[in-house]
Design a protein around this ligand. Structure first.
Ligand SMILES: Cc1cc2nc3c(=O)[nH]c(=O)nc-3n(C[C@H](O)[C@H](O)[C@H](O)COP(=O)(O)OP(=O)(O)OC[C@H]3O[C@@H](n4cnc5c(N)ncnc54)[C@H](O)[C@@H]3O)c2cc1C
Length: 471
């Protein structure tokens, strides 16, 4: 089949797709909480209704039920990345064990321990509040595309062994026994405390739990400005003001709350397509009995998982739009998803002629040079931005929010003394250099593996700035 034929096939397969997130579209709609209408005061204001904001509000009330906690969300809860991820759950709180070793080599053992503790706390919380969100503990698996990625999966396997994970290394035959893709030549499968979750159900469950715990949630209430007053931090919203003793900004890729935040956070888009539910015969063609969350080793990597109704969710294809645009119109059309569908075809050629895509969407990733949560303090520490989870925030956000609250409350706990909580990721150049740099980088990444050449030099330069492109 020529490349043109594949493009036509991809267009046809996307013809009936809905350009919205499957996770929310497939749930019954719920009413938003009322927007803020009158001036109020509170002890803690949380801004942003994604995982980070919801975990922060919930944990703040659990820690101190006397505390008045308010959460405001510009649109509806789960409007951002939290309503749109692949939702592969990782034990890592720093974007994977390999990234942890890259950014905090002296703290890997402790961060891994904290990650395991976080997953136990995550699970306990879901049980305590009866949050049913299709949890599947199939593990996370990194697969080598061809032989080129075998070294990467070997290194990851060694890290897993070194830091006490229950992991297995898979040769070509073993990986094929797990999932039938001709391009997977090996893998590392971490089996404990990780897997997949339905993020729409999770976010809704956390919202309910936060409300039950006494958090006041105001949706359709964007933060407009902030300023210090004698009474605290004053946050203006369209109809009313909030005076808060402390403010936690959980605005991720929007970097809302202070103009300086985006100096270290770029709003990258990541894209996902979701197939129609697979028949039993189609499932037999791919195997995937253990239903792991899977990442591959390509430079422009793909990740994939199954949904509870046996759709394949397939993601990847980063992009950047001028001015940290968090919702580009182009992502509501088939065109930007064609390359992703072609990657799907290469991964599962046995399904090419019989698969259609019901959903395609993109979501904003708050990218930093560390690719992991960091904290920016404003107004003498009374307002803290917690975010930048990049592509690993579904469960890490519980940990990130907990430490963010501790920083805000000036608690002297071991976590707040660690390097990740005390230091910042690098600056990212402002526009127009950010846009120009991102466009060249995306282009270089698309063709790096096949063509090399100047792309390698460019990518090496971007890595020098702190971005871990070839992790
Ligand atoms: C396509 C994609 C795939 C991903 N896959 C995975 C995965 O498999 N595993 C994983 O662990 N992670 C994954 N992630 C990352 C994960 O989804 C995020 O790290 C996580 O959801 C971040 O949560 P958050 O609360 O920090 O941000 P968000 O969920 O983005 O929440 C920020 C909120 O702030 C609100 N807001 C913005 N400005 C204002 C304002 N002025 N006033 C009030 N509210 C405001 C926004 O509306 C938004 O709701 C993925 C992300 C994407 C986009």
């Amino acid at each position: 089949m020529t490349d043109d034929d594949t493009t036509i096939k991809a267009q046809q397969a996307l013809a009936d797709a809905r350009f919205t997130t499957y996770w929310l579209d497939s749930l019954a709609s719920v009413d938003d909480e009322a927007p803020l209408q009158q001036d109020i005061q509170c002890d803690l204001l949380v801004v942003g209704g994604g995982f980070c904001g919801l975990w922060a509000a919930l944990q703040a009330r659990e820690q101190n039920p006397e505390r008045r906690v308010v959460l405001i969300e510009a649109k509806s809860v789960a409007n951002g990345a939290s309503g749109r991820p692949a939702a592969i759950m990782s034990t890592s709180v720093m974007h994977g064990i390999d990234n942890t070793e890259r950014i905090f080599p002296d703290d890997v053992a402790e961060l891994e321990r904290l990650g395991r503790e976080n997953m136990d706390g995550f699970r306990d919380t879901l049980e305590r509040y009866h949050i049913d969100c299709d949890l599947e503990w199939g593990g996370e698996m990194k697969v080598s595309i061809g032989d080129e990625g075998l070294q990467t999966v070997e290194e990851e396997y060694q890290l897993y062994l070194k830091y006490g994970h229950e992991a297995v290394k898979l040769d070509r035959e073993a990986v094929q026994a797990e999932i039938h893709s001709p391009i997977f030549h090996g893998g590392t499968w971490s089996k404990k405390r990780c897997g997949t979750v339905h993020p729409g159900k999770l976010v809704r469950g956390l919202k309910r739990a936060a409300l039950e715990c006494g958090v006041q949630i105001c949706e359709n209430t964007p933060l407009l400005t902030t300023r210090r007053t004698a009474d605290g931090i004053e946050v203006a919203t369209p109809r009313a003001r909030i005076t808060a003793r402390k403010v936690l900004l959980a605005t991720n890729a929007w970097a809302a709350g202070h103009p300086h935040i985006s100096r270290r956070v770029a709003a990258i888009r990541d894209r996902i397509v979701v197939t129609a539910p697979l028949s039993d015969a189609q499932m037999a063609k791919i195997g995937w009995q253990h239903r792991q969350g899977i990442y591959d080793t390509r430079t422009q990597l793909n990740y994939m998982r199954l949904t509870a109704d046996n759709r394949i969710l397939f993601g990847g294809r980063l992009d950047y739009f001028y001015g940290n645009n968090t919702d580009p119109a182009i992502d509501k059309t088939p065109q930007p998803f064609i390359r992703l569908v072609k990657s799907f075809y290469r991964t599962f050629p046995q399904l090419v002629d019989e698969i259609r895509f019901d959903y395609a969407w993109s979501g904003p990733i708050g990218l930093t040079t560390r690719m992991a949560v960091h904290y920016q303090s404003y107004y003498d520490g009374d307002m803290v931005f917690a975010g930048g989870y990049s592509g690993f925030g579904v469960t890490a956000s519980r940990f990130g929010a907990r430490v963010g609250l501790a920083i805000l409350d000036e608690q002297d706990i071991p976590e707040t003394r660690m390097q990740f909580a005390r230091t910042l990721p690098n600056y990212i150049p402002p526009e127009p250099f950010r846009w120009i740099g991102a466009r060249i980088t995306m282009y270089a990444l698309d063709t790096l593996d096949e063509k090399g050449g100047w792309r390698k030099l460019w990518v090496a330069m971007v890595e020098k700035m702190g971005f871990p492109i070839t992790l």
